[in-house]
Design a protein around this ligand. Structure first.
Ligand code: NAD
Length: 355
C-alpha cells in the first residue's frame, strides 16, 4: 500500500536551444523592468550577452559571484542592486551565480530568473548554502526559489569537459542520495531515476565528444531532475561531508562531490538495500565501486588530496561532519567515517568492508 508525503515545488521551466528570447519574455511576464545580471568573475562578456537579450530591461551586471556564496560578496551585490534600482535578478552560469541570486533574494525579496549552464541543479531547489568565517551553513526557504528557469542547451556547449564531468557527478550525487532518502516518495524516485538515466550516458558521451548536442540536452534535463529531487527530499551523509569540506578547505564544490560519492555510497549501500537498484541498473554494482570506476572512466579527480585538502584536516573534517548530522540510512560511526574520509583523501577505491 502506498503511503507517503510529497512536497512538490512550483517550477516554471523553459527548456530548449537558443533561449534568449525566452529570458526577455519571462522578464516581461513577471513585469520586471530593471534586472541585474549576476555571474562569476571572468565570464563578463557572456553575462553582457544575457544583458543584451534583456534589451531595455537590463539595469546592469555584477560579475563577482564566488563558490560557496561568501556573505561578504552577497552584501556587495545587494548594495550594487540597490544602487541600480533593480527590480529583479538574472543569474547566469553555474551554481555560484545561482547561489548569489538566492542570497540576494533572501535579503531583498527580489524575483529571480535563472539561466544555469552547469549541472549543479541549485536553480531547482529552495536551498541556500552560505559561507562565513570558514563555515558553510545551509537553509531552506521558498523565498530563494527562482520564479523561472531558462535551460538553454546552446549556452552549455562551452562548458569545458572537466567541468562537464565534475558538475554532472554533482548532479548524480543528488539523485543517489534522493534514492535512499528518508522521505523518498514515488515522485522523487521517478525524478531521481530519470535524472540518472539521462545524466550518466550523457556524461559518457560528453567526456569523449563535448560538442554532442543531444548529450548536452540530456545532461541539462538530467540536471533539472537531479536538482529537483535535491530540493524535494532530505540529503544524507554524502552531502554533509561535502558541505563540511567545502566550508573548511574551500574545495571545489563539484569535484568534491565526485570524489566523495563512491565512498559515501559504499558506506550506505547495504543499509540502502534495493533503493540503489536504479543506479546499479545503469552502472553495475556494487554501487560504490561502480561509481569509482565511472569517475575514473570519465577522467574525474578521485582524491581529496589532489583538490588541495591537507591530510591534517581529515580529523577536523570528520568532527565537523558529525556535528548536527543529517539523517543517514546507516548509523554514523566516527571510526568508519574517518576511514571513509581517509580513503576519499587518498583516492583509493572504496573497500568492500564498507560496501
Ligand atoms: P560554478 O558556478 O562556480 O562554476 C564553475 C566555473 O564554471 C565558473 O568559473 C563558471 O564561470 C564556469 N562556467 C559555468 N558555466 C560555464 C559554461 N557554460 N561555459 C564555460 N564556463 C562555465 O560551479 P558549480 O559547480 O556550478 O556551482 C557550485 C556552487 O553551487 C557551490 O557554491 C555550491 O554550494 C552551489 N550549489 C548549490 C546547490 C543548492 O541547491 N543550493 C546545489 C548545487 C550546488
Amino acid at each position: 500500500m502506498l503511503n507517503f508525503t510529497a512536497d512538490i515545488l512550483p517550477a516554471r521551466v523553459r527548456f530548449g536551444w537558443g533561449m534568449d528570447e525566452a529570458i526577455a519574455e519571462e522578464a516581461e511576464r513577471l513585469g520586471l523592468k530593471r534586472l541585474i545580471v549576476l555571474s562569476t568573475r571572468g565570464r563578463a562578456n557572456d553575462a553582457c550577452g544575457v544583458a543584451e537579450a534583456l534589451r531595455a530591461r537590463a539595469a546592469g551586471t555584477f560579475h563577482g559571484a564566488e563558490m560557496h556564496t561568501p556573505v561578504k560578496v552577497t552584501l556587495a551585490a545587494v548594495s550594487d542592486a540597490e544602487a541600480l534600482g533593480a527590480d529583479g535578478l538574472v543569474t547566469f552560469r553555474g551554481g555560484s551565480a545561482t547561489g548569489l541570486g538566492k542570497a540576494i533574494a533572501l535579503r531583498t525579496g527580489l524575483p529571480q530568473i535563472s539561466v544555469p549552464t552547469t549541472y549543479a541543479g541549485s536553480e531547482a531547489t529552495p536551498i541556500l548554502g552560505q559561507t562565513e568565517g570558514g563555515r558553510k551553513s545551509t537553509l531552506r526557504d521558498p523565498k530563494v526559489l527562482p520564479k523561472v528557469i531558462d535551460y538553454d542547451v546552446a549556452r552549455t556547449m562551452t562548458l569545458p569537459v572537466e567541468l562537464t564531468v565534475t558538475s554532472g557527478l554533482n548532479a548524480v550525487a543528488h539523485a543517489v542520495e534522493a534514492l535512499y532518502a528518508k522521505d523518498a516518495n514515488p515522485i522523487s524516485e521517478m525524478m531521481a531515476s530519470a535524472g540518472l538515466k539521462a545524466m550518466i550516458p550523457a556524461l559518457r558521451t560528453l567526456a569523449k565528444n563535448p560538442s554532442h548536442r543531444d548529450a548536452r540536452a540530456d545532461a541539462l534535463f538530467g540536471a533539472w531532475m537531479c536538482g529537483g529531487v535535491l530540493g524535494q527530499v532530505g540529503m544524507a551523509l554524502h552531502h554533509k561531508i561535502c558541505h563540511t569540506l567545502g566550508g573548511l578547505f574551500d574545495l571545489d564544490h563539484a569535484k568534491t562531490h565526485g570524489v566523495v560519492l563512491p565512498h559515501a555510497t559504499a558506506y550506505n549501500a547495504a543499509a540502502a538495500g534495493d533503493a540503489l537498484a536504479p543506479l546499479e541498473a545503469l552502472i553495475g554494482g556494487p554501487a560504490g565501486l561502480a561509481l569509482h570506476d565511472l569517475g575514473v572512466e570519465l577522467g574525474a579527480p578521485t582524491a581529496l588530496r589532489d583538490l588541495g585538502m591537507p591530510e591534517s584536516g581529515i580529523s577536523e573534517a570528520v568532527d565537523n561532519a558529525m556535528l548536527n548530522p543529517y539523517w543517514n540510512p546507516k548509523p554514523q560511526e566516527r571510526d568508519a567515517i574517518q576511514s571513509l574520509v581517509r580513503s576519499a583523501w587518498e583516492g583509493s577505491p572504496p573497500t568492500s568492508a564498507v560496501e
